[in-house]
Design a protein around this ligand. Sequence first.
Ligand SMILES: [Zn+2]
Length: 493
Amino acid sequence: MAQYDLVIKNGTVVIPKVGVIRGDIGIVKEKIAALSKEIESKEAHRVIDAAGKYVFPGAIDSHFHIGIFRPMDEDATSESRSAVWGGVTTICSYFRTGKNYLNKSGPYHEIYPEVLEKSKNSFYTDFAYHLTIMTPDQMNEIEKLVTEYGVSTFKYFMFYKMLDLTGAAGSDKYLMLNTSYDLGFLYKYMKEVARVNEKYGTYGRISLSIHCEQPEIINAATQYMRQHETGNPLKDYSDARPPFSEKMAIKEAEVLAAQTNCPVNLLHLSSNDAIEAGKEAVERNPKLNILLEATLHHLGLSNDIRYGRLGKVNPPIREREHVEALWDAVIHDDIKTVVSDSACASKKIKEGDIWTSLAGFGGAEIMFPLLLTEGHRKRGLSLERIAELTSYNSAIYHDLYPKKGTIAIGSDADLAIIDPEKEKVVSVEILHSAQDFTPFEGMKYKGWPVYTIVRGKVIFENDKIVGKPGDGQYIKRPVKYHYRNEYSVKESD
Ligand SMILES: [Zn+2]
């Protein structure tokens, strides 16, 4: 009788922190059950021949915005489908109260169950949420969110602190707030995350993710740039939110993190200035294990290519020298995770000019193709490091390890099988997102997924989705707390 439900044979298996091996993977139900030089085909109900292919742990896209501009369930379905085409098996999405998303404010114990309900039958990938605490009342919910709801990562936007009553992004009408959202708020927020981390830290790292841009500087520089446009909107937008505003924000965040002992994740660093400040923060605070994150668009795009407002994102797309500085930080292991920061938009919602158009766009589907082409082929980034950047490190920093993030016995059988020779030119037509444009239009990438497997189930194969929405499950984090029985065996047992 066959011992395995599925066996992946003859692949080049990329195991983070172990290396690249030639071998077979045996899967029973949802888990990896064997790793061996050879597993005989007769031992398997189904065999996938991965000869000439890379077998990576499925990517964990740990920065996503499901439902920000579209109905949550619809967005979860279309964008997780697109992510599956890209070898992503877990999405960790941000959610906050206020405008966009569910357009409401209130306690998370009322709103978060609604988020989970809308998500339940909508995802092709497994999923988790990071929550943004917007009010003092929500701050009191942090411990319960960790222990009952399985949310172990929180978020703060430094540029939301300027309140201007206009209803534009960053105003109190937009955020539906009647309290200040300033550094004092952040200080109290960090103290509470640190307290909860102290209490549950043995199970994982309870942390605060921060969008680091300094709002007073942005306001001043934006006023100036609106009077001094150059004809290249993306360049103007970058100068309106200058790299040194990221550096300043990171330094403010570092002082508070060190003062409160709060583990922090510095999101989507876009410039050399941000990287330098981030590296210093990491070095000065070894105990906080500060995460530096980069996005696909800051690694793959530069503002000399004229996308105009469709390429508007925060922080902005920068000059080439900043792009190279980011790659350098990726190669030297200063940047630990690469994410899409996907927020499915449309040409329609991005109407207006560079100043009034909404920020953000999607791109999860090009995760492996971009890293294999621009990283591995062009810059010598090893396959093992790509597995760390896309999966292992995200699992460690966002409390999914060892359920996710590696190829090991007992881990979820989440795999992305990549054909290193498959080449495609990016266009809206070849991508599977609901977004009707892509700033990556025309990029030629080599190394596209041919199979995506989520917890032992083939979801995508041979250019076809074979899974269904609802195949993806909600993952409570830290997994070592919520799945204690699965991931800890008493030595006497
Ligand atoms: Zn984001």
